[in-house]
Design a protein around this ligand. Sequence first.
Ligand SMILES: Cc1cc2nc3c(=O)[nH]c(=O)nc-3n(C[C@H](O)[C@H](O)[C@H](O)COP(=O)(O)O)c2cc1C
Length: 349
Amino acid sequence: MAGSTFGTIFRVSTWGESHGPGLGAVVDGCPAGIPLQEEDFMPYMERRRPNGGALSTKRTEADKVEILSGVYEGMTTGTPISLLIRNTDQHSSDYDALRDVYRPGHADYGYDRKYGLRDHRGGGRSSGRETAGRVAAGAIAAKALSMLGVSFKTEAAAIGGIPFAESSRIEELLADCRSKGDSVGSEVLCTVHGVPAGIGDPVFDKLDALLAEAAFSIGAVKALDIGCGRRAALLRGSQNNDPFVMKDGKAVKSSNHSGGILGGISDGSDIVLRVFFKPTPSISHLQQTVSRSGEERELGIHGRHDPVIAPRAAVVVEAMTALVLFDAMLRNMSARMSAVERFYGHSGI
Ligand SMILES: Cc1cc2nc3c(=O)[nH]c(=O)nc-3n(C[C@H](O)[C@H](O)[C@H](O)COP(=O)(O)O)c2cc1C
């Protein structure tokens, strides 16, 4: 299967299926000298783990990350880092009834047309569980970024259009969804602080384009706003432009409609991303579908599913954003000859 690798210098390949023995990631191109231990992954993996509450699946996995290579005495060595996360709580028999039907809202039909066969258990590679490998790899990128002064604030921002802060209205909405066997769409807000100005490229690899690829590679993502995003289409230039002013001897913007990126290159303001998720496709509410042999059927999906995706996907958005930014910062080191000369110990002509 092509397309399981992401990044240019800091390259991440994820592997594994939702109901196989395990899944994980291989990170190639990670610089030597980043302090890294298995415990470093836990805070990240915990944020992705279902918490057994009303907002997540009842599947409970330990999600312990085992480092198989690329780390010696607590330091990355510059060689490929292989990360393993074992699957321990898969209930594959839950999916027996789905072997021959195409679940609405899922990849099943397209998979069948493409490959002619599929691992129907839990959606295989299209499962939300695939994101465990990305989160583990993203934790390394986030750690490297923190050494460079870059920090993240990422959270579920809204469910069904209701801001997350209005928890009582959200509880009512979720109770209504539950009683009808339904699910609901959601939003994640990711703010990145400390990215220096000058990161990214002006044409095909615009930072916006790379972040969009990263966000849209996450299951169930249907839209992304950078800064004002789609609202910019409703504004005038005089409203949307961010005026520049001098502060502490540096040019800074006095507003941030751009979301921290202009012309594909970071402008030194916070990078602000809003990622929109569709409702979880697996619902027990009866839906019309067809089987592989072409019979029309009614289908209600039982088993363990997230009723809403953003609460668990927030850390996935953060991990993918970290992968893009650290990779872009590494790529940027060859943008100026003076930086190359400094690296090799020459002062220039
Ligand atoms: C963290 C995460 C958890 C997910 N959990 C579920 C789930 O429990 N049930 C489900 O039907 N879809 C879940 N999804 C969404 C499906 O993976 C996705 O909607 C499906 O593969 C179809 O792909 P598409 O929505 O990108 O077209 C989850 C996605 C993510 C990112």
